[in-house]
Design a protein around this ligand. Sequence first.
Ligand code: NMX
Ligand code: MLT
Length: 427
Amino acid sequence: MMRVMAPLHALLASQIERMRADRAALLASQGDRVISEVTVAQAVGGMRDVRALVCDTSEVDPDRGLIIRGLPVLGLLDRFPEDIFFLLLIGRLPSAEEARDVRAEIAAPERVPETVWRAVEAMPRGSRPMSMLSAGLLAMEHESVVAKRFSEGMPRDEYWRATLEDALRLLGSLPTLAACIYRLRYQKGPRFVHDPANDWARDYGAMLGIRNETFYRAMRMAAVLQSDHEGGNVCAFTCHTVGSVLSNPYLAVSAGFNGLAGPLHGRSAQESTQWVLDAIARYGGVPTDAQIEEFTWETLRAGRVVPGHGHAVLRGPDPRFTAMLDFGRAHFQGDAVFETVERMSHVVPEVLKKHGKAKNPYPNVDFGMGALWHHFGITEMDYYTVPFAISLAMGMLAQLVLNRALGSPIVRPRSVTTEWIRTRARG
Ligand code: NMX
Ligand code: MLT
């Protein structure tokens, strides 16, 4: 079934010719300019700092953190996630009318098909929520407009339209999928039904089964903070790579989610909260500064990373963590998990600086998010990557639509052998 997608569709259509002309002009005038070189250390070291991707939805400034279309994320916290999807895609914030329209487009009264529930329910008991989320998307992939129109011979410059249709359907379905996976996996009772009158974050919160206005505010803030993180994070990069071979958004986003599920990426929210709870259990309450120092050194001496600290790009504190800390100070007083997180955020960086390895010793977004979910009664830590995933889907989907609009080619870098480096590398 085709959905009516007028406002976003029309806006993007009005920009596409200019975007394509700008890209062509850039290539013609500056196509040969060098923007990065790759050392052997970078090639074997996860391509850190290699500038080899173009992403216009957002950038991560090493000192200032996430900047979405020129706007620092901390200035966007009173916005709804739907406004941010608009911003990511269109390049500016929506007017009040446009905000209403985009919210209605995302919240269209569509259901996750019954077959998807059957697929998710058939997974082994104890499956991880992130696996269930990813599998849920794959089970829904047969509804993809991109897949259908591809088999009908869709021309390449039409791809963005079908990708946007899939993106809106997918974004509208993710809160239902994510919330119902929570209720199913942790036996919380029957599924709640999507209410198109709700905004995206409130709908998600309500379907989780939590009735609390402060929680809905926290959900909105978390979704805005985690909506995008430029193009090079594992989740977005994976999604972009899979999308570059014209795999449809269900396949591409599911692949991105699988990347986010790793402990060095989004799973770190779960690892962080477990680490905080372990410290509280060990010391019988909120640990003192000296106890935190001891606990951190023990983790490092055991050859483990300190979860929720460090970053591949950021070199200063992560504003996404700062936002969570401010929210917690206003709403979570007396909560031992939050108080431990706050205290650790002063002590752990000093230990990491003494340890001398991590280029960024500060807490990242994941160190705060678990405390937020925990405060509102979501104590099942396996679940913590899921709200991050469905928020980051906004950035992944905006990037996919824009890349199809620009006709971005297949991602296919070269690899070299170790022998090639030994005998042929120059410089
Ligand atoms: N605890 C202990 N050691 C660390 C940490 C940490 N939190 N962060 C970095 N290091 C080590 C790192 O393992 C590396 O050691 P070695 O040379 O022995 O391999 C060294 O410091 C240099 O690493 P960096 O260049 O600072 O970090 P890199 O860019 O390689 O990795 C992370 C970035 C985020 C993967 C890394 O900081 C880390 O493992 N942090 C803990 C996990 C985490 O919080 N991940 C979530 C990231 C944010 N997110 O939302 O996804
Ligand atoms: C993210 O938000 O995706 C993380 O901070 C990881 C990253 O940017 O590499």
